[in-house]
Write a new protein. Structure first.
Ligand code: NAP
Length: 308
């Protein structure tokens, strides 16, 4: 039973909806909203209390691109949590290639840095009891329609993963959506490595699928944002079938994978090959690199080159 849960990036989109759905479960006693902006967090808390009629939300402030702010936030978490959803992230957009003090670029730091530190600091303090869910994306196995190719690394060595994280892998050709696929791959592989390192906990990777009603399109370059918001999401994807769903459905994937023992540790669950919605399947059944434990460990090691 999951009685307490912490969700990063919980003031908007999928994070906030996941908080709402967990709060409505009878057994839930506490939902911690981990957010970078106090005012947005307070507004989300108020809205969630009104929507659910529950007063079980707490706020912890931290910016996942800033290691120190995450470590400080961990000090505020007094009681152990049963589950954590590493949801803060996204495509980031133009500033994604900019460096952060950690040495990761903004894109990698947003999707990986603070999320990993948070989990490891909680584990160190024995404050994580059951489940870690890392949020990934169908961009990893590839989304042809959006021009995102399946991630294909030359060697998947520690050095190559490190180059993805600092951005040098992409040279002058930083295409935000394609780089996002590589960063989510690094996050996914590292999480699968952690599933083996911490067999007492359940570590799962989940894509919410192509989800309407989040802030995500706002960070895309203007032509792509326009196409996605006004053409692809409302017209093209629904016509194709199995390509888009609501916020409720996207967040329910997280709730189901955490709550249901049929979803196993060490697996990346997302849509069937070529789909962006519908049933979830183990992605390694058609993207076999995901099973390579050396690649997984290389991703874990590369990420830790940036955590000091
Ligand atoms: N939407 C989709 O179709 C889709 C598909 C596949 C995967 N995903 C993944 O799902 C997750 C949630 O996406 P979403 O669509 O719900 O996006 P969203 O609506 O943009 O929400 C992202 C959340 O992350 C927070 N965040 C961003 N940077 C942060 C930072 N440095 N520190 C702390 N919090 C930060 C945002 O806070 P602010 O409000 O302060 O910016 C916001 O609460 C992401 O990991 C995304 O990659 C989404």
């Amino acid at each position: 039973m999951i009685e307490s849960i912490l969700i990063t990036g919980a003031n908007a989109g999928l994070g906030k909806e996941t908080a709402r759905q967990f709060a409505l479960k009878q057994e839930t006693r506490k939902v911690i909203l981990f957010c970078r902006n106090r005012a947005k967090a307070e507004a989300a808390k108020k809205d969630l209390e009104e929507q659910t009629g529950e007063k079980i939300f707490a706020i912890v402030i931290g910016d996942v691109t800033d290691a120190d702010s995450v470590r400080k936030a961990v000090e505020e978490i007094k009681d152990p949590v049963d589950a954590i959803v590493l949801n803060a992230g996204g495509v980031v957009g133009k500033t994604g290639a900019n460096p952060t003090p950690s040495g990761m670029n903004q894109l990698a730091a947003t999707n990986i840095l603070g999320n990993v530190i948070l989990v490891e600091e909680l584990i160190k303090r024995d404050k994580l009891r059951k489940t870690v869910l890392a949020v990934s994306a169908e961009a990893v196995p590839g989304v042809k329609m959006l021009g995102v190719k399946r991630v294909s690394m030359r060697t998947s060595s520690v050095e190559e993963f490190a180059a993805v994280l600092d951005g040098s892998y992409f040279g002058d050709k930083f295409v935000a959506l394609q780089a996002y696929a590589y960063v989510k791959y690094a996050e996914t592989m590292s999480t699968l490595s952690m599933a083996r390192k911490y067999p007492r906990l359940k570590f799962v990777v989940v894509s919410p699928g192509n989800t309407k009603g989040t802030q995500a399109p706002e960070s895309l370059p203007p032509p792509m944002r326009f196409m996605l918001k006004f053409v692809m999401m409302p017209v093209v994807f629904p016509l194709m079938g199995g390509m888009v769903h609501t916020l409720e459905v996207g967040a329910k994937r997280f709730v189901d994978v955490i709550s249901d023992d049929r979803y196993k540790s060490g697996v990346f669950y997302a849509s069937k090959e070529g789909k962006l919605s519908g049933d979830m399947v183990d992605q390694s059944t058609f993207f076999t690199d995901l099973k390579n434990t050396s690649f997984q460990d290389n991703a874990y090691e590369a990420i830790h080159h940036f955590i000091t």
